[in-house]
Structure formats: C-alpha cells, structure tokens
Design a protein around this ligand. Structure first.
Ligand code: AMP
Length: 538
C-alpha cells in the first residue's frame, strides 16, 4: 500500500524561493580580483537568477540545454548555480585548472551553448574557445575595468535589462541540474550529471551537526572552487539554511583567506589540504595576527588530510577540522570523520580516527571488495576497493562512458583502496586508479605521456604520482630515450610548457632502460610508484 503523502519534488527552485521568502537580507560577499568586496543578498540572488533565466531564454536556451561557466567563486557564479537549473537547463562548471585542450574537450562533450566567463579568465578561454563547436553565446562577467572582447555580452548589463520575474517551471526532482567532469579516471574526462533531488538531499544531509553542520547563524566560506563538484555542495547548503556566504574570488593565498575569515567572521570554511597546510604554516609563524574566534570548523577533503595538519590546528590553535571524503561522482561528500562519543576517551585512537575518511553520511552506504568482487569484512585489516551507493551517487557517466565503474548490483566502484573497521570508519590505504592528484586537482598522466612521447628524443614515457609534503602528490615522469638521443630535464620541461599549465609539469624525470610492464604489456605504474614514489620527499 502506498503512503498517502504529497509527492512534492525536491528541487533547487525551492531553495531559491525559500531564500527570497525567508532570508532575503542575508548577505553574500564576493571578492573581486582587485580585492574589493561586493555585497549582495539572497534577495538579489533570487531576482538576479530570474533575470538570468529571462536573459538565457532570450538567447535561445531551453530546458535541458547546457550553460557553461568558467569562473571563480562569486555571486554571478552563484546565480548560475541557481538560475540555470531552476529554469530547467543545466549548469556546467568548467575547471579552470585543466589544460586548455581538456577544457575544450569537456565543453564540447557536454555541448555547452552559452558560456559565462570571468573577464580575468579570458586569456584561458581564448585558448580553447574555437574548439567548442556547440558554442553560440559568450557572456562575460566584468571583473576588470577594460573593454569587453568583441562579440561578447556583458553579463551584468544583460541582467540589468532583463525582467526580474520568471515563471519557474515545476520540475520533476530527477531533472538534471549540473554537470561536473572528473579527470580522476584514465582516458578522457567523464561527465557526472547531478539531479535537483541529489543536490537538495545532499545539502540537507550535509547540514546535520554530525556531517558538516550548517545553521542560519553560520558564515560559510567555500574556499573550494565552485568548479569542483558543486563547490562541495556548500553554496546549496548555505542557501538552504540561510547562512551568510563569503565567496573568495581568485584570492586563495593564506594571508587573503585569513584576513577574509577574520573580517567576515567566518564560521565554516571548506578546502583541500594544500590550502590548509599553507594557512597552518602562517598561523604557526604569526599566531597572534588573526582573531579566528568565530571559526567553528574547517572542512578538509579532496585529498587525505595529514594527521599532523588536523592536530596542528586543534592543539596549537584551538581550531577544529572536519575531514571528509568525496568524489565528483558522489556529488560530493560521501563520508565524514566524526569521532563517536564512546571512542573519544582514547586520545590517540580518536586522533587517528579524525584522520580516517570516516563514516558514511546518512543514506550513503559503503562496502569494500577484493579483486574478484567478494565482500570483505569490516575488521580494519582486509584491504579492498571501496564501493558506494546513495541518492547523490552517480548511476552512470554522460554518454554511458566507463560503464564498468558500476557493479551489476548497482554500486559505484570508487577506485580508492580501503580498510573498514568494525565501527564503520573507512580508511584509504591506496588508490587503484592510475591518476595523479596534486593540491586537489587531477593531472592527466595520459596527456603528459602523449606529449612526452611526441618529443624526438623520447621512446617511452610513463607519468606517475609521487608523494609530496605540500601538494599531496606531484607528477614524476619515467622516460626511456631513443638510442643515441638525449634530452635534459629543462628541455623536456620547455617542451611540455607549451601545452600544459605549469602545475602539470613533472617535478622530476627518472631515466630508465625500460619501463616496467605488466603481463598485458601495459606500463606498470604501481611498480614505478613502489620504487620511485618517495623521491620527492628527500
Ligand atoms: P574528485 O572527483 O576530484 O573529487 O576526486 C575524488 C578522489 O579524491 C577520491 O576518489 C579520492 O581518491 C580522493 N579524495 C577525496 N577526498 C579524500 C580524502 N579525504 N582523503 C583521501 N583521498 C580523498
């Protein structure tokens, strides 16, 4: 027998309506490239999202169409987070840290017809713009006092001319809302398409006190870029509860962030370990310079937060860290490391638990399996691949690529290698995927290998992840030169620098007679990691 309750869809549109009705005066602070701060409100978010929907409709955007963004964290990006999904279209956040050719591939693959670009990111946009065949209109967010590039629309001017009323459609909750691509797979990036329902349920669950915890009284600072897995859901959770939002623009250096945290009285911030390592070092050097008494917790994820980082904040600065694990495909938080009350007493054990990936969020389920897919016991010993399922976990990639990442019984294979203890804490011990994550950003080893093998002196190249104290991982290239040929590190670096951002360039080159291979002839990067994975730690 069916329950007799209303089947009201869970949509982002409701969050927008709620923001306008209940939190219209709550502030959104955006930092511009020149460091000036723009102050808008949730009331503005609601009317400007409606203006955006009207403007996009006029440009021909229809439900289901993709609208790309190439932008830092600021109120205009937030308007795209709300206005585009609420009109039934799909916002597609492009990762500015990828190589231009990759961004072009991704924008094309998603079929973006409009792209909203920060003027300060125009030089990057120009590098891939021509490759996006689906592109019809470019809207530029003016963050510099310079004339706009010809043939583009001024985002703010277009909004000013559009009507502030839009008849938001009643959308089914499974309507697509946002696309985010991940480069954390081998081969080309893969698209995850989030639904309204998954976004809303995640925001609600993330707000529970034992997850990240958000309240009306909070001041939320998403340091994590909004082009990463819906900014970890922070821009949705903050609006859901009516918290003040602080959007840092391009200023992600420790001093700017600490100034912002103090001046805007931030209570919750979220970012990758590399950011917090820099902040901890600065606080250690100048412990009295900032008053951070407003800060309730800092959510750290995207890569493993080292125990020394978590404890350094806690012991030396009285600041709490919430360590969370997630993926683009788990839009975005899957587990969070909260210590259960009965485990607090053992101080050392509690410290170790805070550095695990933690417990599955309500509605998310975790399990781990061996190479044959056999379920492993939660005994803190058995090592296997983590599999997850839940209402905000992707059920497939766009165009059904890499379908092998899902099990026959509907679980997603994360590629993370873990143990799980009897209490349910997940601990990552390794990674099954051959990928490199540096400072929270994926670096495509395949793209680097192809470019290296195009160098006249190189016969073979394999790029693998080496451990790094600041960036978690950095790429290292194992190379085999052609007989009689040679290339210095500087020559190889210069060769790659023409195609990749500096962040992609390998930190070291290991010269080998032959690259180790597995039985199928594929490069054995596990072997390279075993042998050379620590060469950057010396
Ligand atoms: P992304 O899709 O870019 O969010 O990357 C997801 C991957 O980042 C995961 O599969 C992990 O390999 C890694 N990751 C994310 N959070 C953590 C964490 N807290 N600890 C260790 N690895 C993490």
């Amino acid at each position: 027998m069916l329950g007799r309750m209303m089947d009201m869809p869970l949509t982002i549109t409701h969050l927008l309506r709620r923001a306008a009705s209940y939190h219209a005066h709550r502030e959104i602070v955006s930092v511009r490239p020149d460091k000036s701060r723009v102050r808008t409100t949730y009331g503005d978010l609601a009317t400007r999202s409606a203006r955006l929907a009207n403007a996009l409709t006029k440009l021909g955007v229809k439900p289901g169409d993709r609208v790309g963004t190439l932008a830092w964290n600021h109120h205009q990006h937030l308007e795209c987070y709300y206005g585009v999904p609420a009109m039934g279209a799909i916002v597609h956040t492009l990762n500015i840290r990828l190589a231009p050719a990759e961004i072009g591939y991704i924008a094309n693959h998603a079929g973006d017809s409009v792209i909203v670009v920060d003027q300060s990111l125009w030089p990057l946009f120009e590098k891939f713009r021509a490759s996006v065949t689906s592109l019809q209109h470019v809207m530029v967010v003016r963050d510099k006092n310079e004339p706009l590039p010809p043939g583009t629309l001024d985002y703010d001017a277009v909004l000013a001319e559009a009507s502030p009323d839009f008849a938001w459609p009643e959308l089914p909750e499974n309507t697509g809302a946002m696309i985010c691509y991940t480069s954390g797979t081998t081969g080309n990036p893969k698209g995850a398409l989030y639904s309204h329902r998954s976004t809303v349920l995640h925001a609600l669950t993330a707000s529970l006190p034992d997850v990240i915890g958000f309240a009306m009284s909070d001041v939320v600072l998403p340091v994590v870029p909004m082009f990463h897995a819906s900014g970890w859901g922070l821009p949705y959770a903050a609006v859901l509860v009516g918290a003040k939002l602080v959007l840092p623009g391009p200023h992600l250096d420790p001093t700017s962030l600490l100034d912002l945290m103090q001046q805007e009285k931030v209570t919750v911030a979220g970012g990758v370990p590399t950011i917090w390592l820099g902040i901890l070092a600065l606080l250690d050097a100048e412990p009295k310079r900032w008053d951070l008494s407003s800060v309730r917790t800092m959510a750290i994820g995207g890569s493993a937060a080292p125990p020394a980082l978590i404890d350094g904040f806690r012991v030396r600065h009285g600041l709490s860290v919430t360590h969370a694990w997630g993926m683009t495909e788990t839009n975005p938080v899957g587990t969070v490391a909260r210590v259960k009350p009965h485990l607090e007493a053992d101080v050392e054990a509690a410290k170790a638990l805070r550095a695990t990936q933690g417990l599955a969020l309500p509605f998310v389920e975790t399990r781990h399996v061996d190479d044959t897919g056999r379920l492993l016991p939660w005994d803190n010993q058995a090592v296997g691949e983590l599999e997850v399922r839940g209402p905000w976990v992707s059920a497939s990639y766009l165009k059904d690529e890499d379908a092998h990442r899902w099990t026959a019984d509907g679980w997603f294979k994360t590629g993370d290698v873990v143990t799980i203890c009897a209490e349910g804490y997940v601990r990552i011990t390794d990674r099954a995927k051959d990928v490199i994550k540096s400072g929270g950003e994926w670096i495509s080893s395949v793209a680097l290998e192809n470019a290296l093998m195009a160098h006249p002196a190189i016969a073979e190249a394999a790029v693998f992840a080496a451990a790094h104290p600041k960036w978690s991982e950095r790429p290292v290239a194992a190379i085999v030169t052609k007989p009689g040929a040679s290339a210095t590190d500087d020559e190889l670096r210069a060769h790659l620098a023409t195609q990749f951002p500096s962040m992609y360039l390998p930190d070291a080159y290991v010269r080998l007679e032959q690259i180790p291979r597995g039985s199928t002839g594929k490069f054995l990067k596990t072997k390279l990691r075993e042998q050379y994975g620590n060469i950057l730690l010396g």
